[in-house]
Design a protein around this ligand. Structure first.
Ligand SMILES: [Zn+2]
Length: 202
């Protein structure tokens, strides 16, 4: 596990024997905690007050560590895969554009907006950190989704663009994919008005 500033080791007074990991943004006053109920540690223990921040060395919840390791492996794969490469291309393209079009705010602005829009999409999807099985799909579909750590990762794959969605469809087959789509809609994760079919990130 790679430790970083986004993670906090935490000991809940209600469960003093265990030191868990929680994502820092949940603890910040302007963070998601104020917008979403049921804030949980990485292993799924509900956040209760009071709690103490601990050292990384104190962490003894193996489920939390395993969860973070799985998440980090997902992102390593993501950034080395075609989605990540596309995003890197946008960012490196932005440097080039800034030089080329230093005088033309409009084009740089448009690109910045795209990067921002992608960032928002990412944030929006990844807040759904509930496990994939909560989508209540048949076992054979769930098995094909084993690489995904959370509902958010699937949602991102679904929303990011056509190519990503097509890959998901190939993986699940048409029926599985249709079922997944209808579950995401019935859980309120996708909406009929969602502009997924118009979004383009590259
Ligand atoms: Zn834990």
């Amino acid at each position: 596990m790679e430790w970083n500033a986004y993670l906090v080791a935490i000991r809940l007074a209600s469960d003093a024997g265990q030191v868990h990991i929680i994502e820092r943004h949940y603890l910040e006053p302007t963070g998601a905690a104020y917008r979403y109920v049921n804030i949980k540690t990485c292993c799924g223990v509900e956040l209760t007050t009071p709690f103490d921040e601990c050292q990384q060395e104190d962490i003894n919840c193996e489920t939390c560590v395993a969860k973070i390791e799985k998440q980090q492996a997902y992102w390593r794969k993501f950034w080395s895969g075609w989605e990540g490469k596309k995003i890197i291309k946008i960012f490196t393209g932005m440097d080039r554009l800034e030089e080329e079009w230093r005088d033309s705010h409009r084009q740089t602005e448009a690109l910045l907006q795209r990067v921002q829009a992608f960032h928002n999409l990412l944030q929006d999807c990844m807040k759904h950190h509930q496990p994939v099985f909560t989508l209540e799909l048949p076992d054979e579909v769930l098995l094909k989704l084993m690489d995904f750590g959370s509902v958010g990762e699937i949602l991102l794959c679904f929303k990011v663009d056509d190519e990503s969605r097509n890959n998901l469809q190939t993986r699940l087959g048409k029926e599985g994919f249709a079922l997944l789509g209808s579950r995401l809609i019935s859980k309120g994760l996708l909406k009929a008005t969602d502009p997924i079919f118009n979004r383009r990130w590259t």
